[in-house]
Design a binder for this molecule. Structure first.
Ligand code: ATP
Length: 365
């Protein structure tokens, strides 16, 4: 396990005037580099050779330095990490970073300072821990079933880990569920029933809220000893969204929940109260469960039902790809900042403020 003290030791040797914002070239890296550049940070991208041209194709979001690796997991190799330290890098973890490198590898092997509190990975990467976090926060969550025979409503079944919805399925009864689980086991998609998460199917409109919890800026919505910002929101596009077009002849393969894109969204203003309240509860619960709690960007994935309100079914405790919609800011950021503000730039701004006040240690682990 890499401890906070280990990271502080590495950080103490950094040349803070040359702090470099770094991540692997995937997911939201263009936005992260673009935001960092606009605040005059150096940037470093860890890339595979076949992707490098993508980042060269967007000169204003291209990292100043590339490190080429054969696979993203190579970021853990000692020589790569030592190079990152030599370049005074702070890693910005994003969805692909966590998925490719692995939460436990990050916790146990990554000695490069990382933006945010990496302990959150222990809570984010395990669905049952996520639910524990939501319960501590007092949020409405989908009912969960351990045993298929207990099922008394339409259910939604997920595989372990973040799969972007790939292969997830629904069942209308205990019998249908048992048949489908048997099929997935026969196909060796899972080894045992304990691996899947069986949730009540929540009908409604999906909203993905992009928050930022700042320890560096004053004013605004005070939560704990920081400020909670609602930066933007999106809706994910999944093939299932198109399934109802052209009914009744919908091909079976359209019943698919894999994320394929993101749409911009704003919320009916009277619902902002509920949205901000959920964000605040999640922050406060994180401070109780794993002090000092969550730092920086996170996304609450919710479904709104007219009579039941918001149900939270997932949290991503880092920058999400839906924020890529807003490189110049969202319909909400003008109410928070006098300048264009993406989530990528917001991360850089938090680092800049921490540098100016010599408080980097509070936001890196
Ligand atoms: P990611 O990590 O990329 O967010 P994931 O693999 O963890 O994806 P979820 O985000 O939990 O998967 O779910 C994928 C999609 O499945 C959602 O966008 C939503 O459309 C649908 N979904 C998830 N849970 C439920 C539920 N309880 N009821 C109805 N639909 C659901």
């Amino acid at each position: 396990m890499i401890t906070v003290e280990d990271i502080r030791g590495v950080l103490s040797k950094y040349n803070k005037n040359k702090l470099t914002i770094s991540t692997i070239c995937s997911h939201s890296a263009l936005q992260i580099f673009h935001g960092a550049r606009s605040l005059k940070f150096r940037t470093l991208g860890v890339t595979t050779p076949d992707r490098r041209f993508v980042y060269e194709a967007f000169p204003l979001a291209k990292p100043d330095i590339f490190i080429e690796v054969q696979g993203f997991k190579d970021v853990l190799r000692k020589e790569v990490q030592e190079k990152l330290v030599e370049e005074n890098c702070v890693i910005i973890p994003h969805g692909s970073f966590v998925e490719y490198v692995g939460a436990s590898n990050i916790l146990n092997m990554l000695f490069v300072p990382t933006f945010g509190n990496r302990t959150v990975l222990l809570w984010e990467s395990d669905r049952s821990k996520q639910m524990e976090w939501f319960r501590e926060a007092g949020l409405k969550t989908p009912r969960e079933f351990k045993n298929p025979s207990e099922v008394d409503c339409k259910v939604f079944v997920k595989y372990p880990g973040a799969k972007g919805g790939a292969g997830y399925f629904t069942a209308d009864s205990a019998k249908e569920l048992e048949e489908k689980i048997k099929w997935t086991m026969d196909k060796k998609l899972i080894r045992s029933i304990e691996e899947v998460s069986i949730q009540e199917f929540v009908p409604g409109v999906r909203y993905y809220f992009h928050f930022f919890y700042s320890l560096m800026l004053d004013g605004g919505f005070r939560v704990g000893n920081g400020r909670l910002e609602l930066l933007s929101m999106d809706k994910r596009i999944e093939p299932i969204d198109e399934a109802y077009r052209g009914l009744p002849n919908v091909p079976e393969e359209f019943f698919d929940y894999t994320v394929t894109g993101n749409q911009p969204l704003i919320l009916r203003e009277s619902l902002l109260k509920d949205c901000l309240d959920m964000g605040a509860r999640v922050v406060l619960a994180s401070r109780r469960l794993f002090p000092p709690g969550i730092v920086g960007p996170f996304c609450l994935e919710t479904i709104y039902h007219p009579s039941r309100g918001f149900t939270v079914f997932e949290i991503s405790a880092r920058i999400v790809a839906g924020t890529n919609l807003y490189p110049q800011g969202s319909p909400y950021t003008p109410y928070l900042f006098d300048e264009p503000m993406s989530t990528g730039k917001r991360i850089a701004l938090e680092l800049k403020k921490a540098l100016e006040s010599d408080r980097l240690e509070e936001i890196l682990y």
